[in-house]
Unconditional design. Structure first.
Length: 184
């Protein structure tokens, strides 16, 4: 998996005037929060941040280099101006890597169900799943292969194979998708 790196500098000054000055210089004011809730004000390159921000998911770990020191982090939140197409502010969540994280994932589907090829209809039921894992074990996304589902069959949460180190917190008997017969 590709490792994304965002370089940051600690900043001491705050306020609207400083934030506007940073943005004029192509910089982005940001804040990094650790697991204890302590915050560190940062100054990052806006173009570097936006390039990464547009290509990752909310559960993608990045390397946030603060004054040369590596930190595993998630982009927790952004303030984005749709009119100017620029980010105005970013929040990062720094994780230690040894504490499990709970995350909700929307499903991505792959394949055409066998039952649909026989004239049935695909019915998507549960749109997401909640899992718990160490940050290094969290997947970027969850793809469900629905190609083997026949008419009258179901794909359940317990049928997901997410690998070792990942605990599914959603109920196992929830139906992710099924193929219904065609109505006569």
């Amino acid at each position: 998996m590709e490792q994304y790196v965002i370089n940051a500098k600690i900043r001491k000054e705050t306020g609207k005037r400083i934030s506007k000055q940073l943005r004029r210089e192509g910089r982005l004011p940001a804040v990094a929060y650790n697991e204890k809730g302590e915050s560190t004000m940062l100054d990052i390159n806006e173009a570097e941040f936006t390039k990464i921000w547009r290509t990752i998911t909310p559960t993608t770990l990045i390397n946030l280099k603060i004054d040369g020191q590596d930190n595993m982090a998630y982009i927790q939140d952004t303030e984005y101006d749709i009119k100017t197409d620029y980010n105005l502010h970013a929040d990062f969540h720094i994780v230690s890597g040894n504490k499990p994280i709970t995350a909700k994932y929307k499903f991505h589907y792959s394949g055409t169900p066998a039952g649909v090829l026989q004239g049935g209809f695909l019915v998507k039921r549960v749109p997401d799943v909640t899992i718990k894992a160490l940050p290094k074990d969290l997947p970027a996304s969850i793809t469900v292969d629905i190609s083997k589902i026949k008419i009258g069959e179901k794909f359940l949460v317990k049928d997901l194979n997410l690998g070792a180190g990942i605990t599914v917190l959603s109920k196992g008997d929830l139906v992710i998708a099924n193929v219904a017969p065609a109505k006569k």
